[in-house]
Design a protein around this ligand. Structure first.
Ligand code: UD1
Ligand code: MG
Length: 455
């Protein structure tokens, strides 16, 4: 028994030559995630019986590293119709609706995918439904030619369109919902007699119509969701559209963005309520932020968990494995990596805290560095609750500063410091009375002598 009678075929075997890249097009990232993952994730939230990705041999190996979806190979890539044919074997016996999606059209929404299936199953049992859109600049998208009754008559690729057809504003988004019982009958007669000598999927519309089968267009009013990424410019446009979406959704869920257009999210950024984010903050993958956190301007944060009421920045960098406890504070020019700061701990100025644990309420003075790397291995620094690390302390790991201990400013600490003790390692200060005055007189006299000689 099938669940939904919907199968999805994602086309991703194209060479992506317009990207001018050694990386397959669909592995280029949007908000930190490869393009192709967007569709895979979206399809996993709606019910499908089967998801098949059509790829090149190189991409097959890459995709299998991060996804368990069924992958078939199209080699060589001879066009979008030829690509769907590569999934014929995988879809054997399936006679529900087949969604054809393009890996380079990652921002498609769940609602639109579902609407496509509904229209396909609706009135008059059309052979297929094509998703259309009317962008401000139709560029080189395929054009949708409608008949007098509003049905879809044919799709004309830009390269083969005449002047009148190029004036049509309604474009092919590339997404189709096709009756699985008729799909391969249509594909098998597609020819490559066009200016690119490719087997165009778009030709199945004309073929269906010649058999007397109906074809429909579902038009989306959001051109951003069907934006096809073909070049680096397209990639930047898709990134920008996705960021816009993320910003809106953050604000709608109770996050203040002081200057929304300058905040960059990752696809997986999770933010609690009443969080305030200042201008020019960038999130990499793997960030989870609790309620009432304040992220001040110009922070770069990735792979970090930040608990409630913490204050971060301005100008802080939190890297992989950072775990900031509640009420803790990380200030300007502080870098944290693989480190946990317990409740209320503070590192407010100019520090590097790596491979460390900092106890509750501990204070890390300005310029403190955990010397965690000896050129070969990383070592751990442990700082106890309530400890006070004096400014410009170098903590040479592995080392442990126990609870309530203090280190003297400017110390290089190489040995553990006991609870409530003072750890200090610096040359005792000397004072030489009148030395500075004598020094200046001597130096000036020397300089005068040299200048006289040069005259
Ligand atoms: C395609 C459509 C065009 C539509 C546009 C929307 C065709 C013939 N044209 O053009 O009408 O307006 O998308 O974005 O369908 N692919 C394969 N194997 C191939 C060729 C392509 O898997 O042999 C894949 C690509 O990886 C890509 C998708 O199919 O994910 C679309 O191919 P692309 O070359 O980008 O087509 P467009 O020129 O954008
Ligand atoms: Mg494309």
């Amino acid at each position: 028994m099938t669940k939904s009678n919907v199968a999805a075929v994602i086309l991703a075997a194209g060479e992506g030559t317009r990207m001018k890249s050694a990386l397959p097009k669909v592995l280029h990232r949007i908000a930190g995630q490869p393009m192709v993952c967007y569709l895979i994730n979206r399809l996993s939230t709606i019910e499908t019986d089967q998801i098949v990705i059509v790829t090149s041999p190189v991409l097959k190996k890459e995709i299998e590293l991060f996804s368990s979806v069924e992958v078939v190979v199209q080699d060589p890539p001879l066009g979008t119709a030829h690509a769907v044919l590569a999934a014929e074997e995988a879809l054997k016996g399936f006679d529900g609706d087949v969604l054809v999606l393009f890996g380079d059209t990652p921002l498609l929404t769940e609602g639109t995918i579902q609407a496509m299936v509904e229209v396909r199953r609706g009135k008059n049992n059309p052979a297929l439904v094509v998703l259309g859109f009317s962008p401000d600049d139709p560029g080189e998208y395929g054009r949708l030619v409608k008949d007098l009754n509003g049905g879809l008559e044919k799709i004309v690729e830009f390269c083969d369109a005449n002047e009148d057809e190029r004036k049509i504003g309604l474009c092919n988004a590339g997404i189709m919902a096709i009756d699985g019982k008729r799909l391969f009958q249509l594909l098998n007669v597609v020819a490559d007699n066009n200016s690119k000598s490719e087997f165009f999927l778009t030709d199945i519309v004309g073929i269906a119509r010649s058999k007397g089968w109906g074809c429909l267009v579902l038009e989306t009013d959001d051109p951003d969701e069907v934006m096809g990424v073909n070049s680096r410019t397209g990639l930047a446009e898709a990134e920008s559209a996705f960021q816009y979406r993320m910003r809106l959704s953050a604000m709608e869920s109770g996050v203040t963005l002081q200057d929304p257009d300058t905040v960059w999210f990752s696809f997986d950024t999770q933010i609690g309520k009443d969080v305030v984010i200042g201008p020019n903050v960038v999130f990499g993958p793997g960030v989870v932020i609790g309620d009432n956190v304040e992220i001040r301007a110009f922070c770069h944060i990735e792979g970090a968990k930040i608990d409630k009421n913490a204050i971060i920045g301005p100008f802080a960098r939190l890297r992989q494995g950072t775990d900031i406890g509640p009420d803790a504070q990380i200030g300007n020019f502080v870098e944290v990596k693989e480190a946990r700061l317990d409740q209320g701990a503070k590192a407010n100025h100019l520090s590097y805290i790596g491979d460390s644990r900092v106890g509750a309420g501990a204070n890390i003075g300005a310029g403190t560095i955990t010397c965690n790397y000896d050129g070969f291995l990383k070592s751990h620094t442990e700082i106890g609750a309530g400890a006070f690390i004096g400014s410009n302390t170098s903590l040479v790991a592995p080392v442990k500063i126990n609870a309530g201990a203090i280190t003297g400013a400017g110390s290089v600490i190489t040995k553990d410091v006991e609870d409530n003790a003072l750890g200090i390692s610096r040359a005792p200060q000397e004072e030489h009375k009148g030395w500075a005055l004598k020094y200046r007189l001597r130096k000036q006299a020397n300089k005068d002598k040299m200048e006289k000689k040069a005259e």
